[in-house]
Structures are given as structure tokens and as C-alpha cells.
Design a protein. Structure first.
Lengths: 768, 768
């Protein structure tokens, strides 16, 4: 393997110091001159026609600077795809969930803004509402939207916003050839991202120049630029998304929200910057993970060979589609990429209900799917008397395989992940004891960069000053996972200068070149590759300058430790500083780079053809968990969790480990504790105390296993890191509970009540 | 000539709207959170030893956050060349002029800061001082500096900071061959730049990251970065000069000042941003134009051929060298480049006196030199009975000539300038009447980009968004003359997209690539060429993308009116937007460009060899003025002024005209009205009222003649615009006064008193 200076080494985060010292500026830290406080008025009804909105009293209140409703907007519908534009921000026709934004005010302070909200009179006519996707799909259920898109119009009368169906092979034939076929149904709950930072936005509209600057936690500044430009009817150049420190995202910061539009419009009207700061309850309202119902049919031969999979995936999307096509389309990728399956049928429904909108959250439907899939696999394995690890190894995807949809798997360390995750938990000794202590395994694949319709690659510039310090300018964004560090580390390795001598400018739509954003696991693979290309371009120029001076071929030179050295004769050469200065006298070193994964851009997720290369690379992971269940209370304690992932190559093992531990704890929360409780569309527990995420004391001993098959296209072989383990930990825990108790929980979270009920039922069955 | 869409057309300033509406943010508009007020304590003595500085009482004052003296600095000497580092900002040994900075405070507001200054006790021992350069050079004069550089050490005992001598040909032999030899001495006064914006600086030191951001009016952010990094002992990347709107510069904003260092250090100590805002009096103290004594010897043949020039140029530099090597070296370029002269001797002295520091101001010694030179030329012309226009035409530099110093003149429209300036003023009818109305001519050459030791070219990036709007990222800086407009106009022309669709990011050392700065007339020639190169690079990529799609050679395509068109078949093609979007799916368009004029980098101004190419291009100008002199009072009224310049090609004629009118008014002020009056080193009139710059009502009818020989290296043929006319207007007015009255004024300004005295003397001579 190549000898790297920095790559593959533990490197601290470049923004760590600022975050620790309080120097990092988050959105709420921005105190612009003349800043006004913006607030949103929300619907108290789950479904109601808006008859009238009277803002006159609010407008007259001293200290109020502007009040807006949907009538003040450009009446452009929001949606992330052209065929999913189903939402007016600040609607004027009707409201579709409790908490939907109907008006906004800007005032000199928070107290005045809140008083102004109280003075706005909205006259509603309440309508029948529906809160359950299965009920919503029944004939006669209240209809939430009239029409979204002709493509799906036949479904809209049943409140189905997105429908998808794909079949590869012959599923019925596959079941016939199976020795064991099981069908079961699984349900997952509403959960929230729980970003430590509540959502907020600061907008400064320059009314004369007709442009707006925006600061907010977001995962894709260039996407937000496009969405806001569309909503505000501005050219793209006139919407500037600025960089700001971000306190967590997890998918929940990828979209554009009514607060965003409201802040921009309020700033435009008042000619002053406006901050809208959502409280925790409002932040909960922004987006949740889709609660889903998954009906799985699985057929296997006696030797464990999977013959057919039949899935019906029904997601409660809430009042608007949002990322529905992805949330219901992406789980298919989990199914086709995890275990070799000749026959697959996959049917999906994104259903409208009168609940707040669901959207992207880590795994984006994949976690729900893997929970159902890997639970089923354990069930059939038990039926045919096969060890769960063995059935996984038998069917596990390998490198060089082509998926049913014709997408190709290149690097793949899946089997090694399964084996090591098993070994580290002591699988062979511990599995199958049924003594209220058990081990379970879950698996998942993931993507690195993904095609969903129009999509750009990532691009980067690098410039230098005469002291050979570099500035890396890239559209990449860091939401806390370490992307900036990754980028600087890559540039540092390629350029042979210390990380401390590289400044990074990123995530600003005006100052930096385009980047797809921080989703679909593309930051390392796509943005990292773009940074690498820019650094290599700069290195090429440095070597050429030095080669000219040293009268030697550039190929005989290398950049190491701040010097351009003659390969094999490291004493000979010149400092990089000399080369850079030389450049300034002739042609300065200016790097540029771009990367776009080799995707089949004709392939779509809902429209377009359904086959073709969809991702730059696949990753694979296996998680094992050991649990102890209290037979008296049903309480589960996770003792240990091992997250093993094929990350291609770990650029920064310490960062991979940190990400893995975050993944495991996030999945553990969703497996065991977290759930939003509802009363007819009203959230009952939108706060940390009542929502009950896992505490530090709930955390198991965690181990990280890094598997490194080196991907040929990844930067230094790297792919995404540990998105699989946040998915796979869920079935791992559920399978461990089954191993401990013989109880199969088919509805998340696996609360003590459900487990105790299962234990008692089982006891009654065995007793009876 | 090529048909351009925008180039050569009148284009309004891109930042005009912001400036008119109050949207432009100048340094004093910056209201950062927690901003402290900084103030400077200044010496009341022209020359004194500092025995002690006691800041203890000031530090104890409520509201004072920090007090610093030179002991708190890194004790690094300032100077713009390595051999001119003669100044400690905040000195601790002695003060050398009235107003020199000895301490600084930061406090919560201006009142507290001023009170704190009063509480600082400085104990001085006054020393004998000297205020006149000729006195300062006499043995026994008070010695102001001990040693600056071994190179010039033999001169330092006579208070000479910079000495230069160069001789080409044989001057004595030249005089022998002349039919008429005259020697005269000329003196110029102290004048100030009179920027409408007083100087100020805001510094925000991030103590944790050990980096500092700086906002201040400046002409060369990358120079200021280097100077501050040196003074603060920081890496270059840790000093960030930000862009801010600038209210005039004229050379007076090219350096780094004690206020800059003080603001940075005060911010570092207080961990809060600090603003130091100089008042008008303090702004006067920053820099003045060098007052000079020029002894000229000029020998001509009877036919007007110039045979020899002998010059002794003595500049009062004030207490520190500053730009002394340029101020005393550059005038030589004026002499050698204006009239063909086989034999030149040029000796120069920059002399220390106990006055505030002199530095760059428009023309940088050239205006003073041209005043003397062109006054002398009229004198010898009269002696040999030749018309001033004819003697200029006879000796005027032509294109294709090589100067004595071996620098080459390429494009040259000098003769055309002389002829047209003469014609437009009605020279042949009006000259030589001696009836208190007269016409005069002055001439000057100028440079476009210049080598003064280590110097970078300019560089630029261009990026796009999918709507084919572009962002131009360049280090270029605009001090009000329209450089941003020039850059956007060039990019727009090359890319075929409207100027309104191009955003410019400039003059920020962190965000933009390197640029030499706004001096030596390099913005259009150097920075403009870099922008052009970047735009051409982007255009090449756009054409390649379109050529691929259209299956045609890129050479058969052109960019016009937002489309890539097939040459000769403009209906065929595609929109630029389509091409840009195509690029995002394969390789996005990312332009980069660089320009460095073809200079002999071994050639220096003081050190190094004295011959070689010094500038990318020479410009030439001629100014004619018509004046009326009141014989009773000596008052001069300028009736008309014609500024004719070879600008290569006028990219934006409206901007050239605006610059020319500014140039003429600036020169007129210096010829007739402006002067700083002194009382032993104390400025007596540092304010607009007492300094008496020309008023709008003093302005003559002004005409601009644009001569366009098209320079082969300039962007679209362009060179610098109208720096010659600000120089040439001075001798034009003085020669016109002579033509009107027969009075030769050899000391500027030509006040009514001097003219009246001349008229009376002449009358006495004629009468007697």
C-alpha cells in the first residue's frame, strides 16, 4: 500500500478548537445591525379551510415592522422534484397539519413579535382529518390534496402522493422454488433528528440590489439557493447562502422551509435583517422520519439461498410529499444491494395524512427497510435451522456483482464485516442461549453519491500565497461530521504542506464553486474527490515549476514535508515556498478540480428508467449487539455493540470511529426508546425530556471495525463511513432481543411493555 | 477593428447604485458586535527623545480596555523595501515629527478613549529639529536617523535616506553640442490627497485562531497583508484584508500605518473588534506628496533637438523613507520616456526632515518632474524662437523607440495627443499674445504596471451557476476609479452574458487570488488582462461543451448575446445556459486566468541593474490650458483645459472622461491653490476650509481627447487612463500663465501674490 503522510492517520477536527472555545458562530450567534425578530403563526387545526386572515391589528402594534401571509408570497409551490411541488409556504386555501405556518411577523423584539401573532385573526372552517396511512388510503377518507401531478393522479384520490412499483425476475416463481416462505408485517414509529441546535434562519435582503443573504443550518447550500431563488423568483446569483456553523443535521436540514421564505420576505419588506429562531417544539415540527408499514415476503431454499423477496412499503408522509420519492424509493436499494436475490418485487406508497411533514433522516427509509428485512432473515433462518451469521454470509453481496437493477458493485468488504462483527461479539459462544441474554446481527448496504434527477458534481479551487500557505475553496459543507477536516487532510497530503497551512473556505454559494451538498453520503466520495483533483492540479503545477528550475522531469519529483524533492534523492530539490514564489513571477499556482461519480444519469428513482448505475460506490456494514433483558420488566440493556463497515479506506480512523459511535447510539434510540406520541395530529412530546432519547448511561460498550477493500474510485480508496451501522444496529438489537427472549418485536420501538407482553404471551403459549 | 458588444461603449459603474443609495459600506459604517473605539496618542514635538511612557493611570480608567505602546509590539521595523525599514510604529526611542504615534488605547467609547489619552504621561527630552531638506543635508544639521541600510550609510549622516544616480550618454558632451543651455531651479509644495473619506481601520483579532481580519481603505490588500503579517509576526494566511468600499485613495492608501498595527494589537489584547477612526487632521498627517527641489539643466540645438538633460532631484521625505526610492526614482522614467534625449544625468536625494512622512501620490514624483521639465522646455523654446508645440512634436517619443535605460516603447499616440490638445484649445490663434490671456501646454508619459522589486501579477477565477450567471473572483481593488466595472465589462464581453449576470468578488486576501494592487497604473493593464484570461479560459470550456453537443469544431463557434452561435449561421447553436448545465453533468466551467506584464524582473529602481523593461506599456498625454490673469490682483482663472491621452483603447469612454476630469482638477489645485502651511513641523491648515482646494466654480471647461493606438498587450488594446493629464495640467497652466503675463513661476502653487510680484518685477525691469 502507498505510504501516506497523513491519510489513514488520526487527525483532529480543524474546526474543533473554535467549537470548544465558543468561537464557532452558529446561526443564533449572528447579531447583525438592526436585526429584527421574526415569528411564525401556526395552525391549531389538523385540517381546515382558511376563510380569512386579518393582520390589520397586528400591523398596528408598536414595534411591529411587517406582517405577511401567503398573499405576500410569489405563490410558487415548493417541492424538491418538479412533479412533487405540492406545497404553498404560508397557504391561503387550507391548512393540512397542526403547526402549519399561516402568517409571519417581524418586530423589534421577541415579546412584540409574539404579541403580534396573538393579534392575527385567522378564520377557519375545520375539515375531517386523517392521521393513519392505511385509513387515509381507504375510499371515503378525507381528501388532503386535490392533485399533485398527472403521473400519480389515479392515486391522489386515495391520498397517495407517490407510488412506485418495480419487479425484477419472477417473484411468484421464486416463492415456488423456495423451501420456506414467510410473510410478516413491520411498523416503525415517528422519530425526530434531535439536532442539538434548534432550527433558525437569518436573512438579509438587499432591497436595492434585489438580492438576499441567508444564514441557516443546512446540508446543501446550492440546493437551498435553487429552492429559495425559485420561491422568491430571483436569479440564482441573487440568493446567497452563507456559511455558518451547524449543530447537527442528520437529513433534517436538507430542505427549504416556510421559515426560510418568511425570513427573506420579512427582510425584503422591512429592509432590515430578520432572524426567525424556532424553539424546540417548532424544530420537531420541521421534519420527522417516515413512520412506515412494511409487508415482507421472503422465500429461501433449505440451504439458505434467498429465492424471492416481495415488499410492500407504505410510508406516512404527513401533509406534503417532501422527500417522499426518495424515502419510498431508496429502500429498494437496500433490498437489492444487501443479499443476492434473483426475484424482487417492490411496491411503495407515500401516503398523505394530516400530520407534519416527513422527510430525509439518516438512512432515508433504509433503516426501516433493514429492520424488517433482517428481522425476517432471522425468522426464516430459524425455520430452516441455519445460523443467522451463516445465512448472511451465504447471501451477502460480493464485489464484482451486478444488482437486479443493473447497478454494479465494485469494492465490497461485506463478508469480512459479517465475520468480524460476529467474532468481536463472541457470536458462536453466545448465540442461541435464550437465557434473557442474547446476541443479534443486522446488516445494511449504503451508497456513496447518488443520482436523483438533476445533480451536479463537486468542484474546488486552490490558491496560494507566497509563503506556500494554501486556501482551499470548495462548495462542500460540514454539519459536524468532519467534512472540512477531510478536505484539508486530503489537500495537505497531496500538496505536502501541513494542514495548519491550509485555510478552507466552504459552503458559500457566492464564494465557492458548486457542490451537491451533504446528503446521499457524497461528501467524502464526491466532494473529497473534487478537492483531491484540485490539489493534484496544483501539485502538477508546482512540480512543473520546480522541474523547470531543476531541469528535471516533473515525473521524477515528489512533494513531501514542504519540499519538492527528487525521488530517490530527497536532499535534492527546493522548498515548496520557492516553487510557489517562482510561480508568482511567471504563472501562479491555481488549482481547480471537479468530480462527478460515474452514474447513469438517465436512471431515476420514480420517473425515468429504473435500471442503470446509481451510485459511485456501495458500502456494506454489519452490526452485532449483545443485550440483556429483564424478564420481570421487559427492560433491555444493550451491553455491547460492534459496528463493522467496509469504508473503502479510512482517511481518518478517529473520525470514522466517532461517526460509528454516533450511528450506533442513534440507531439504538430508535430501536428501543424514541417515539413521537400523537393525539389526532398533535405532537405530545416534542422535547428532549418527554421524547426520551438514550442517555450516556444507556450506551453499550462500542467497538468499531474498519474494513478496507480500497475502492478504485474513492479518494485514496475511501467511501462513505458508517451510515450502514446506524441502520444495521436496529435489526441487530431486535434480533438480539429475540435471541434473549424468543420474542419478535414487529413494531418499533421495542419498549419494555411490548417485550414484557411478548414474554408473557410466549409463556402462556408454552404453558398452554 | 473588431466589433465589440460592450467594450468601447459607455457603461455605468457597477457599484454606482450602492454608492448613491447609501448601500455601500465604508470602513466607518462597520458596526461589529462589541466594537471598541481606538485612539492614538501623538507626539507634540518635532524631534524628541522618549524618556518614559506611563500608561498606568490610563489603564485604570473605567471603560478602558487596553493601552499599548511600542513595548507591546513585536519591535519589527516597517518599510516598503527591505533596505528602507527605518520606522518603528509606536517608537520607544524618539519621536521624529509632530503627530507621530506613541501610544494607543481601546475603550468602550470615544469619550473614554480621549480621556485615557489625556492620562498617558510621556516624558520627552526635546532635540534640535530640522524642517528643510537643504538645511538637513548641511554638515552639523540635527541627525534624524542613525543608520538605515549599509548601502546608503555614507549619506545618512547628512540625513539622506535614499540616494540615486544614473547617467546615460555623456551629458557634458551633450551640453557642448547644444546651441542653447539653460539651468533653472523649481520647487513644489506639500500637498495632501484630500480623500473624501478620512482614514480608519477596523481590526478583529481572533485570539484563539491567532488570525486577524482587517477592513480599511487601501489600494493593495495583498501588500497590506504582507506588511501586517510582518509587523504582527503572523503567517500570511492569518492576516485577512477584507473588502470595504473606499472613498478615494490617490496613492495615499497604499501603505500600512501605525493605526493599522495599533488596531490589530488592541483587538488582540481585548479580544474584541477595534475601530480607529482618524479625523481629518490625522488623515492629513498620514502622508503628503513630496515637496521637491528640482535643478534642471537643458540643452537644445537651434532646431529644437534636445541634446542633454541634467537633473538634481531633492525630495523632502519627512521623518521616514516610506516610498522614497520610488518618489525619487520614478521621476527619471518621466524624463527618459517623454522626449528623446541622448544624454541624461539624473541624481536624486530623499532627505529626512522632522516633518510627517511623505509618500505616494498621483504621479509619484512625476508631476513635480514634469512641471520642471515642461517649464524648462518652454523657456528654451522661447530662447531659440520655436513654438512650444513644435518643440514638443520634434522631440516627442514615438512607438518602437528604445529608451536610454533600454526599456521599450511599443504603442504610442503621443504626437496625436500634442496636436489634438493644441487644436482643441485654438493654439495657433491664441498663443504668444501676452495680453493677460494665454495658452500653455504640458506633457507627460506614464506607465501601465511597473516593476519594483518582488511583485506578483494578477489572477482571477470565474465560476458559474446553472443559470449561466457568473461569479468573477479577483484580487483586484477599486478605490473609486471603476476597476470593478472594468473587470465585469471585460468578463461580460468575453463570455457574451450581460454585466448584470456577473457578480464580482474582489479585494479580499482570503477569498480572492493574488493581485498586485491599485498602483503603478496596473489595474486595467494587469488585473484587467488577468480577468480577460480567466474569461477566455471559461469561454474556451463553454465552446468545447457546445462543440461536443453540436458536433462541430469549437473554432466555428462564438459567444454572443447569451448564446453559443455557429459563426456565420447565428440561428444555429444553443443557449449558454444549456452549455453551462451540460458542463455541470460532466465537467463544470471553471475559468482561471493570470497576467504578469513582460518586465525585466532583474531591473530595480534603486538597487539592482538600472536597465531593462520596466513597464508593460507606456502611455502619453498632452494637456493644454487657457488662462486669464487679472493684472491687478494676479488671480488666475483657468478658462479651458483639454486633456488628451493615448489610453491604448478606451474600454469605457465615459469612465475615461470622468477620470480625466478628476485628473485635471487635481492638477489644477496643485498648480494654483493647494499648499500645506507649516510652523516648524506643525501643520497649520489640515482641513478643507484652510487648505483651499479648488471649488466647482473654479473648474474650467474641460475636454477629453482619447487617442487609441491599440496596445498589442493591453486588454482589448487598453492601457492606463489619464494619469498623464493630472501631471501635465500643472506645466500647462504654468506655461499658460507665462504666455499670458511673461511671468515664470518656479515655486508651486502659482498664487496671486507670486504672479502679481512677477508682473510688477517684469514691469519694473521693462520700465527700468
Amino acid at each position: 500500500m502507498t505510504e501516506y503522510t497523513l491519510i489513514g492517520k488520526n487527525v483532529p477536527q480543524v474546526d474543533g478548537r473554535a467549537k470548544i472555545t465558543g468561537g464557532a458562530r452558529f446561526t443564533d450567534d449572528l447579531k447583525l445591525e438592526g436585526l429584527l425578530c421574526g415569528k411564525l403563526l401556526r395552525s391549531p387545526h389538523a385540517h381546515a379551510r382558511i376563510l380569512d386572515i386579518d393582520t390589520s391589528r397586528a400591523k398596528k402594534l408598536k414595534g411591529v415592522r411587517a406582517v405577511i401571509t401567503g398573499h405576500d408570497t410569489a405563490r410558487v409551490k415548493y417541492g424538491i422534484f418538479t412533479f412533487t411541488k405540492d406545497q404553498y409556504f404560508l397557504p391561503t386555501d387550507k391548512v393540512r397539519y397542526i403547526g402549519e405556518e399561516v402568517a409571519a411577523v417581524a418586530a423589534v423584539d421577541e415579546e412584540v413579535a409574539e404579541e403580534a401573532l396573538d393579534l392575527i385573526r385567522v378564520e377557519y372552517e375545520t375539515l375531517p382529518a386523517v392521521f393513519d396511512p392505511e385509513e387515509a388510503m381507504r375510499p371515503g377518507a378525507p381528501r388532503i390534496h386535490d392533485q399533485v401531478d398527472p403521473l400519480v393522479d389515479e392515486f391522489i384520490k386515495y391520498n397517495v402522493g407517490v407510488y412506485g412499483k418495480r419487479e425484477y425476475g419472477d417473484v411468484e416463481e421464486g416463492f415456488k422454488q423456495s423451501d420456506c416462505v414467510r410473510r410478516e408485517s413491520f411498523r416503525t414509529q415517528s422519530v425526530n433528528h434531535l439536532t442539538l441546535e434548534p432550527y433558525g434562519i437569518v436573512a438579509r435582503y438587499d432591497t436595492y440590489a434585489n438580492k438576499v443573504e441567508v444564514w441557516c443550518p443546512n446540508q446543501a447550500p446550492f440546493q437551498k439557493m435553487r429552492a429559495l431563488a425559485n420561491l422568491l423568483e430571483l436569479p440564482l446569483n441573487q440568493v446567497i447562502i452563507r456559511k455558518v456553523a451547524i449543530g447537527g443535521a442528520f437529513g433534517g436540514r436538507s430542505e427549504t422551509f416556510p421559515a426560510d421564505l418568511a425570513a427573506c420576505l420579512l427582510s425584503k419588506l422591512t429592509m432590515r435583517p430578520v432572524k426567525i429562531r424556532l424553539n424546540r417544539e417548532e424544530t420537531f415540527l420541521l421534519r420527522q422520519k417516515h413512520p412506515v408499514i412494511i409487508d415482507v415476503g421472503l422465500g429461501v431454499k433449505r440451504d439458505g439461498t434467498i429465492m424471492a423477496i416481495d415488499i410492500k412499503f407504505t410510508a406516512d408522509g404527513g401533509a406534503y410529499i417532501s422527500t417522499g420519492p426518495i424515502a419510498t424509493g431508496f429502500p429498494f436499494t437496500i433490498v437489492e444491494a444487501i443479499y443476492r436475490t434473483p426475484n424482487i418485487r417492490y411496491e411503495s406508497f407515500e401516503v398523505y395524512t394530516n400530520r407534519p411533514v416527513c422527510g430525509a433522516m439518516r438512512g432515508h427509509g433504509g433503516q426501516q427497510m433493514a429492520y424488517a428485512m433482517d428481522s425476517m432473515l432471522d425468522t426464516v433462518a430459524e425455520e430452516i435451522g441455519m445460523d443467522p451469521v451463516d445465512i448472511r454470509l451465504k447471501n451477502a453481496m460480493k464485489g464484482g456483482e451486478r444488482l437486479p437493477s443493473d447497478s454494479y458493485v465494485r469494492s465490497c468488504g461485506f463478508a469480512e464485516c459479517i465475520e468480524k462483527a460476529g467474532d468481536r461479539i463472541g457470536w458462536r459462544e453466545k448465540h442461541g442461549k435464550r437465557n434473557f441474554r442474547g446476541v443479534g446481527m443486522g446488516c445494511a448496504p449504503m451508497i456513496s453519491g447518488f443520482n436523483m434527477g438533476f445533480r451536479t458534481g463537486s468542484s474546488a479551487f486552490i490558491k496560494f500565497n507566497e509563503d506556500a500557505e494554501a486556501t482551499l475553496i470548495t462548495g462542500l459543507i460540514d454539519c459536524g461530521q468532519g467534512n472540512e477536516t477531510m478536505a484539508v487532510q486530503i489537500a495537505s497530503e497531496i500538496l505536502g504542506i501541513p494542514m495548519g497551512n491550509i485555510r478552507i473556505i466552504c459552503a458559500d454559494t457566492e464564494l465557492t464553486p458548486s457542490d451537491p451538498g451533504n446528503y446521499a453520503m457524497s461528501s467524502t466520495f464526491v466532494s473529497g474527490n473534487a478537492v483531491k483533483a484540485a490539489a493534484e492540479d496544483a501539485r502538477r503545477q508546482i512540480l512543473e515549476i520546480a522541474a523547470n528550475r531543476l531541469e528535471i522531469s516533473p515525473g521524477d519529483l515528489e512533494l513531501k514535508e514542504g519540499r519538492v524533492r527528487v525521488k530517490g534523492d530527497p536532499e535534492k530539490g527546493m522548498s515548496i515556498k520557492e516553487a510557489i514564489r517562482d510561480g508568482f513571477r511567471s504563472r501562479p499556482v491555481m488549482g481547480r478540480g471537479y468530480y462527478m461519480p460515474n452514474l447513469d444519469l438517465q436512471t431515476g428513482w420514480v420517473t425515468g428508467k429504473l435500471t442503470g448505475q446509481r451510485t459511485g460506490a456501495y458500502t456494506f456494514g454489519a452490526v452485532t449487539a449483545e443485550v440483556e433483558v429483564d424478564p420481570e420488566t421487559g427492560t433491555v440493556r444493550v451491553l455491547k455493540a460492534v459496528g463493522a463497515q467496509d469504508v473503502g479506506f479510512a482517511l481518518n480512523p478517529m473520525a470514522v470511529e466517532g461517526q460509528n459511535e454516533g450511528s450506533l447510539s442513534l440507531g439504538q434510540g430508535q430501536a428501543l426508546y424514541e417515539k413521537i406520541y400523537w393525539d389526532r395530529g398533535l405532537m405530545l412530546n416534542p422535547n428532549f425530556l418527554d421524547y426520551q432519547p438514550p442517555l450516556a448511561t444507556d450506551m453499550p460498550v462500542m467497538e468499531t471495525v474498519i474494513v478496507e477493500p480500497i475502492d478504485q474510485d474513492g479518494p485514496f480508496g475511501a467511501k462513505e463511513a458508517t451510515e450502514t451501522t446506524n441502520i444495521a444496529i436496529v435489526p441487530a438489537i431486535l434480533n438480539a432481543i429475540y435471541d434473549a427472549t424468543g420474542v419478535r418485536i414487529r413494531e418499533l420501538p421495542a419498549t419494555p411493555e411490548k417485550i414484557l407482553e411478548g414474554i408473557q404471551q410466549k409463556k402462556r403459549r408454552e404453558d398452554g
